[in-house]
Design a binder for this molecule. Structure first.
Ligand SMILES: Cc1cc2nc3c(=O)[nH]c(=O)nc-3n(C[C@H](O)[C@H](O)[C@H](O)COP(=O)(O)OP(=O)(O)OC[C@H]3O[C@@H](n4cnc5c(N)ncnc54)[C@H](O)[C@@H]3O)c2cc1C
Length: 470
């Protein structure tokens, strides 16, 4: 008999495995080392931790029964989508049960005339969009990695198209959620406008699996654009590029994507991805239009704004193939960086500020990295004020690690001072907990802890995340 001790109490592993097998069948429960190891870490550099057992549920009723059991015995439960988080969000730091949603990956209904879809949480958004293309529709938030809808809802993921279409939170209408005690609730409705009571849907969005388990989501879709143009624009400095971002957004133009890449990132993408960008800080942009004429008019305004920020090279009208290559390369930028720095640890910052403050944040980041003589890659979803800095360092170099943490902390402090946030899209996970009190204040933090205690009194849902120990 194996007793598992954790801050929630202790539970008998063998009895829990038997209970899980009774719920889902023995073939969908595993305590093998390799299955546990595959659910021990996400894509971040946060240290992994093996769960005690992994389960692959197929229905809401199974999830409900699992939660009832876990709540009774005090076993931690961590939901698992695709494991692509980069802040330690799904790492089962207290062990327990990992609920892997791989087998709950169906499109339940396409509401074609309402531009909506109802799906299970384990569906990967790229697979979903491939199926939706035949209806001429797509789900706009795109975090780049092939994340699951459950993970995107739980992290409130965003991506290159957020500047036009919003983040995940702006594109979810309704949820089915299993609570910590196994009860099942439905939040929201399929109406675009909703004003009926407290907004429980958005309480669960971004809660990183700490308040409930999402078993179904109804999502808002958009028509696939018919006319589009991709643009690249190169600038003398990152700051000039950031100023152009402010100009483009400030002039009321509506880019469908607006990404900033510094010289180091551009150099790497040229060599590793075979694209041919001017070696300088670049903006990648995409514009969609109702007609070619409207699009061309918009593009000439964009070119003028870029020229006002000393643009060195402006290329618009990139064809479909080149446009796809550009976005694929952008999506792969982080993976390429990781490959380029084998055996190194990394830290990826995620500050986001109001758009008017974006040039200030970028300049301050450039300065501090120079001051500490630590070069990182600056890239980000510039159109919505979100800046990532990827800093690589030797994993066993304590001094470099401390310097990197110092930069992260400096960037977060800058962002908060500029009216922004410590994390625009990656979530709190493990890495941003230390900034939560400062960002929200003690009274709001107490309210968050009270909400957690109300919804999860035994503290079994993804313990140790968002609020730390509660
Ligand atoms: C190369 C790369 C690029 C990325 N780019 C972006 C980007 O541009 N924008 C962005 O936002 N993110 C980005 N990410 C991060 C990541 O893809 C997102 O955070 C994504 O939302 C994680 O989804 P997932 O399915 O992998 O979830 P997981 O990592 O498996 O889980 C994420 C969180 O959701 C919880 N969870 C999972 N399923 C459920 C459920 N059914 N119910 C309740 N909770 C659940 C987990 O417990 C965990 O807390 C990137 C990651 C990589 C590796």
């Amino acid at each position: 008999m194996t007793t598992i001790q954790n801050p929630q109490g202790s539970f008998e592993l063998d009895a829990t495995i038997q209970a899980l097998q009774a719920i889902v069948g023995p073939e969908r429960v595993s305590a093998t080392e390799s299955d546990r190891d595959q659910h021990a870490r996400d894509q971040s550099a946060h240290p992994g931790r093996l769960p005690d057992v992994v389960v692959w549920p197929q229905t809401t009723a199974e999830v409900s029964a699992i939660m009832r059991h876990a709540n009774q015995v005090g076993a931690p439960v961590v939901a698992w989508g695709a494991g692509t988080s980069i802040e330690g969000n799904p790492i089962p730091v207290h062990g327990g049960i990992v609920l892997d949603f791989r087998d709950m990956n169906q499109i339940l209904k396409v509401h074609q005339n309402d531009f909506q879809v109802t799906v299970q949480p384990g569906i990967l958004y790229k697979d979903m969009n491939e199926s939706l293309a035949r209806y001429g529709l797509f789900f706009a938030p795109d975090p780049g990695a092939n994340a699951s809808i459950g993970g995107m809802v739980a992290n409130n993921a965003a991506g290159i198209r957020t500047v036009k279409y919003g983040a995940t939170k702006d594109n979810v209408l309704a949820l089915e959620v299993v609570l910590a005690n196994g009860e099942v609730i439905r939040t929201g409705s399929r109406s675009i406008k909703q004003s009926a009571g407290y907004d429980l849907t958005h309480l669960f969005i971004g809660s990183e699996g700490t308040l409930g388990i999402v078993t179904e989501a109804t999502l808002k879709l958009d028509p696939l654009p018919e006319h589009f143009s991709a643009v690249t624009a190169a600038f003398p400095t990152v700051n000039d590029a950031a100023e152009a971002v402010f100009g483009i957004i400030g002039s009321g133009l509506g880019p469908a994507a607006l990404e900033l890449l510094d010289t180091k990132t551009v150099t790497l993408m040229n060599t590793e991805e075979g694209i041919d960008l001017v070696i300088a800080p670049n903006l990648f942009m995409e514009f969609n239009g109702a007609s070619e004429a409207a699009l061309n008019e918009e593009l000439s305004m964009v070119e003028n704004i870029c020229n006002e920020s000393a643009c060195r090279h402006f290329q618009a009208g990139v064809g479909r193939e080149a446009r796809n290559r550009l976005w694929q390369a952008r999506h792969r930028a982080f993976e390429v960086m990781v490959r380029h720095h084998p055996n190194q640890a990394y830290l990826l910052t995620d500050a986001a500020v109001p758009i008017s403050q974006y040039p200030v944040l970028v300049a301050a980041t450039d300065d501090i990295m120079e001051e500490l003589n630590l070069r990182g890659y600056i890239l980000g979803h510039a159109g919505d004020g979100n800046m990532h800095t990827a800093i690589f360092f030797p994993a066993d170099d304590a001094e470099a690690r401390a310097k990197t943490e110092q930069i992260n902390s400096h960037i977060v402090q800058q962002s908060l001072a500029l009216g922004g946030t410590s994390t625009g899209e990656h979530g709190v996970g493990l890495g941003k907990q230390k900034y939560m009190e400062q960002e929200h204040g003690p009274i709001a933090m107490k309210l968050m802890r009270d909400l957690k205690a109300l919804l999860d009194p035994n503290g079994i849902l993804n313990p140790g995340k968002v609020l730390g120990q509660t």
